[in-house]
Write a protein that binds this ligand. Structure first.
Ligand code: MOS
Length: 739
C-alpha cells in the first residue's frame, strides 16, 4: 500500500511545475482583447502643487491613445469619499490623480495609455509639468518633536509599577537609542493590474494582491461597482509580504483608464516606481532595561516612534513584543508616529515585531553583557509560560525546547563569552542569539469541496497563495482527510467569486483556510457516508460512521478493508454528477480567547567580520521555530529561509537612502538598494520543534513565515558585537559603521 501524502510530509509544491515552466500567469501577463498599456508618469517634486501639465507632446506619439491627468480623469465615487482618512489628520488617503496636490516624491501625476507598451512609455517621457513647490521633510529624526500617539494606540501605551525606582535599584541597566532604516518592498513580481473590459458593465481585474475579496471590496467602492460586476482574480502572486494587503495605485489607474476609454488596460509598476508604493517605516526607539542579581528584568521602558505619511496614519505594534515575551513588574510603554513627506508605510513581513522585537533583542544582548551573563542564560532567566502583557497562559509555547534544540545544533555552549575572542586569519568570528515572537492568527475563512464522477476532489476558496505554498498544503490537508492521492486533488484559489476568505497576511493561511478545508473534508466524508448508507445498493449493510475510513480513494470498513466502495461509485450512487460541501471557520467559535496565541523562535547566528574591510558575512544561522503543527516541512522551511534572508537584509543591507534636500530616495533601484544575494547567504539551519496545540486551531497549525524575520536581525547584530566588540545600534550595520 502506497503511503498517502498527508499532513506533515515534505511534498513538493503542487504548483511548482507551472511556475517554473511559465504556465502560471501573473497579473501583468493575463491576455485580454484589444488591450491598452498604461505607463505612469511620476512627479518631479516632493511636495506642493501641479500648476500646469503638458500632455500635448505625448499625444503626438503614434500609438498613444490618451493621457490621463487630474484634469481629465473620469469622475468616480472614490474622489468623493472620505473614508479611511486618519483621525489624526482627518485627511483622506492618497487617491491617485484626485487633484493637483503632490504629497511625496514619485507620486503618479499622469497615465499615458497606448496601443502597446513602447508607445505608452515614449509618451510618458514627453509629459512635462510645472509645480509650485512647498517645503518638505523626509527625515524621521527631524519630525520627532511632532510625534503623536493616535487614539487607537493609546491603550497600548501602558504604565505599570515604577520604572524609575526599579532602575535606581538595578544591578545592571541599559539605556540606549536604536534606529531602524526605512525598508522597501520588493517582491519579485512588481505590482500590476490587467483590467479586462467586457463591455457589458462588468470588469475582471487580474491584480497582484494578498486577498481577492479584499481588493474587490475596495475597488468596487471606489468605482461604484458591485461584487457581481467587478471580479478580482489572482491565482498566482510572485511574493507580496504585506505589499499586497491593499490594492496598489496602479490598480486604480488601470480602472480609471478602462472606464474612460471603455477598453481593457494593463498597468505595471516599474521597479523604480515600486519605491513609491509601500515600505516598512523607519523607527527610532529608546530602550531602557534593568535587571536584578538573578538577571530577572525589573524594568522595561520603551519609547518608539515610527514614520508615517502626512496624509494617513500607519501604526504598528512596536513596543508590545519585549514585555510580551518577558513578563516584568515595572513597565512604561510609549509608542507614537511622526509624519514625513513620503508615501504611507505599510505592513512588511512581521510588521512591528520585525522592528520592535529585533531592536529589543539587541538591548537584551547589551543587558547580558552589562550583567556579565551569557545572552541565552538571560533569556532563560526571564522565561515565562504566560503572555507577559495579557498575563494569560498560552495555547502552546515550546520556546524552551527551541532554545535548547537550537543551542545544541548551533553549538552555542562552546562560545567564548568575551568579544573579539574568536578569529580565524584576518576575520573576527562572533556568535549571537535572539528570541523571535509573532502572533498566531486565525481569520474567518471558508472553502467548498466538490467531488466529481471521476473521483477528483476540487477545493475552492477565494484565499490567495502569495507564493508561500498554500496550494500545496491545502491539497495535503484534503489528501490526508479523504485518503486521496495528490494528483486527484485540485485546489482553486485567488478568485473573488469563490467562498470567502480573508487576506493572506500575518502568516494566517494555514490556520484559517487550512482549518476550513479540513472541516469541509470532514463534512464531505459525512456526506459520502450518508450517500452510501441511504442507498439501496449499500454494500456495507448496517454500519456506523465510526466503522468506516476514507483511504486510497475509497470508503471502506475499518475492520475489513476488502469491503470498500470507491469515490466515483459513491458519486454514482448519489444520482448527481458531483457531491458538494461548503464549510467555514470562525475564530470567535473555533479558537480560544482565554489563552494567548503566539509563535516563537530561537535564532543563533555566526558572523565573520573582515577586520580590514569591515565586510560582514553571516556564515551560519540556526532558527529553531515553535509554530504548532507543521503541515509541510518543506514549504514551511522555505518560509523560514525567506524570513531569515530578509533578516540578513535588515541587519546588514536594507535601507532607503534619502537625499533629504530633495526628499527623494537616491538608491531607488535594486543595484543600489542592497538585499542579500546568493553570495551573501551561507548555511541556514531550520528546526521545527514539537509544539502540540489543540486550542489554537482545529489543525494544530499556528502559521509560519514572518516568524523567520523576527530575531534574525538581532542575532546577527549581537554576533557582530561579539566578533568586534563594537555595538552598532543603527540597522542596517553597513561596513562604514564597523570601521
Ligand atoms: Mo504580511 S506583512 O502579514 O503580508
Amino acid at each position: 500500500m502506497a503511503a498517502q501524502p498527508d499532513i506533515g510530509i515534505a511534498v513538493n509544491r503542487v504548483d511548482g511545475a507551472k511556475k517554473v515552466t511559465g504556465q502560471a500567469t501573473y497579473a501583468g501577463e493575463h491576455p485580454a482583447q484589444d488591450l491598452l498599456y498604461g505607463v505612469i508618469v511620476s512627479a518631479g517634486i516632493t511636495r506642493g502643487r501641479i500648476t500646469s501639465i503638458d500632455t500635448s507632446h505625448a499625444r503626438q506619439v503614434e500609438g498613444v491613445v490618451e493621457v490621463l491627468t487630474h484634469e481629465n480623469r473620469p469622475h468616480v465615487p472614490w474622489f468623493d469619499m472620505d473614508d479611511g482618512g486618519s483621525a489624526a489628520t482627518s485627511k483622506p488617503p492618497f487617491r491617485t490623480l484626485c487633484d493637483d496636490s503632490i504629497a511625496f516624491a514619485g507620486q503618479p501625476i499622469a497615465l499615458v495609455v497606448g496601443i502597446n507598451f513602447e508607445a505608452a512609455r515614449r509618451g510618458a517621457m514627453l509629459v512635462t509639468a510645472s509645480y509650485q513647490e512647498a517645503s518638505h521633510n523626509t527625515s524621521l529624526e527631524t519630525a520627532l518633536p511632532q510625534r503623536f500617539t493616535p487614539e487607537e494606540k493609546k491603550k497600548g501605551n501602558t504604565t505599570k509599577g515604577d520604572v524609575d525606582a526599579a532602575c535606581a535599584q538595578a544591578v545592571a541597566k541599559v539605556e540606549r537609542r536604536y534606529h531602524l532604516a526605512m525598508e522597501q518592498h520588493h517582491p519579485m513580481e512588481m505590482h500590476a493590474t490587467t483590467v479586462e473590459w467586457h463591455g457589458n458593465g462588468t470588469v475582471t481585474l487580474y491584480d497582484k494582491n494578498q486577498g481577492s475579496q479584499n481588493a474587490q471590496e475596495q475597488l468596487t467602492r471606489a468605482f461604484g461597482y458591485t461584487a457581481e460586476t467587478l471580479k478580482v482574480i489572482n491565482p498566482y502572486v510572485g511574493g507580496a509580504f504585506g505589499s499586497g494587503l491593499r490594492p496598489a495605485y496602479q490598480a486604480y489607474l488601470a480602472m480609471l483608464a478602462a472606464i474612460m476609454l471603455e477598453r481593457s488596460v494593463r498597468v505595471t509598476l516599474t521597479r523604480q516606481q515600486m519605491f513609491t508604493h509601500v515600505h516598512r517605516p523607519a523607527c527610532i526607539e529608546d530602550v531602557t532595561l534593568a535587571c536584578d542579581a538573578q538577571s530577572k528584568l525589573t524594568a522595561i521602558a520603551l519609547k518608539a516612534t515610527t514614520s508615517t505619511s502626512q496624509f494617513e496614519t500607519y501604526t504598528e505594534n512596536i513596543v508590545g513584543w519585549g514585555p510580551t515575551a518577558y513578563p516584568c513588574e515595572n513597565i512604561r510603554l510609549d509608542y507614537a508616529v511622526a509624519a514625513i513627506d513620503t508615501p504611507t508605510p505599510g505592513n512588511m513581513r512581521a510588521p512591528g515585531a520585525a522592528t520592535g522585537m529585533n531592536l529589543f533583542e539587541i538591548a537584551m544582548d547589551e543587558l547580558a553583557y552589562a550583567n556579565g551573563i551569557d545572552p541565552l542564560a538571560l533569556r532563560l532567566a526571564n522565561y515565562s509560560d504566560t503572555h507577559g502583557l495579557k498575563d494569560l497562559p498560552y495555547t502552546s509555547k515550546a520556546l524552551m525546547a527551541a532554545y535548547q534544540e537550537g543551542a545544541a545544533r548551533f553549538g552555542w555552549h562552546d562560545r567564548s563569552p568575551q568579544p573579539r575572542s574568536m578569529h580565524e586569519g584576518k576575520e573576527l568570528i562572533g556568535w549571537g542569539m535572539a528570541t523571535g515572537i509573532w502572533d498566531a492568527l486565525m481569520l474567518k475563512a471558508s472553502a467548498r469541496a466538490t467531488l466529481d464522477e471521476r473521483g477528483i476532489l476540487t477545493i475552492a476558496s477565494a484565499a490567495s497563495d502569495i507564493g508561500t505554498g498554500t496550494y500545496t498544503i491545502m491539497a495535503q490537508i484534503v489528501a490526508g482527510a479523504l485518503g486521496l492521492p495528490l494528483d486527484r486533488v485540485k485546489v482553486s484559489l485567488g478568485d473573488s467569486s469563490l467562498p470567502p476568505a480573508g487576506l493572506a497576511g500575518g502568516s494566517s493561511m494555514a490556520t484559517s483556510v487550512g482549518a476550513a478545508v479540513s472541516r469541509v473534508c470532514g463534512e464531505l466524508a459525512q456526506q459520502l457516508f450518508k450517500t452510501v448508507a441511504q442507498s439501496k445498493d449499500n454494500p456495507f449493510g448496517t454500519v456506523r460512521f465510526e466503522e468506516v475510513e476514507f483511504c486510497e480513494g475509497c470508503m471502506r470498513l475499518v475492520k475489513d478493508p476488502s469491503r470498500f466502495i470507491d469515490y466515483p461509485n459513491i458519486v454514482a450512487l448519489s444520482g448527481a454528477s458531483s457531491l458538494h460541501c461548503e464549510a467555514s471557520i470562525d475564530p470567535s467559535k473555533d479558537s480560544t480567547d482565554a489563552k494567548a496565541k503566539n509563535t516563537h523562535a530561537a535564532v543563533f547566528a555566526e558572523v565573520r567580520v573582515d577586520q580590514e574591510l569591515g565586510v560582514v558575512r553571516v556564515t551560519r544561522l540556526t532558527l529553531a521555530v515553535a509554530a504548532g503543527r507543521i503541515i509541510n516541512p518543506k514549504t514551511a522551511r522555505s518560509q523560514i529561509l525567506g524570513g531569515a534572508v530578509m533578516g540578513i537584509g535588515m541587519a546588514l543591507q536594507e535601507e532607503s537612502m534619502f537625499d533629504h534636500r530633495l526628499g527623494r530616495i537616491m538608491n531607488h533601484n535594486l543595484a543600489e538598494y542592497h538585499i542579500p544575494c546568493h553570495a551573501d547567504v551561507y548555511d541556514i539551519d531550520v528546526i521545527f520543534v514539537e509544539e502540540p496545540d489543540s486550542e489554537m486551531s482545529p489543525l494544530g497549525a499556528k502559521g509560519v513565515g514572518e516568524i523567520g524575520t523576527v530575531g534574525t536581525a538581532a542575532a546577527i547584530a549581537n554576533a557582530i558585537y561579539h566578533a568586534t566588540g563594537k555595538r552598532v545600534r543603527d540597522l542596517p550595520i553597513t561596513l562604514d559603521k564597523l570601521l
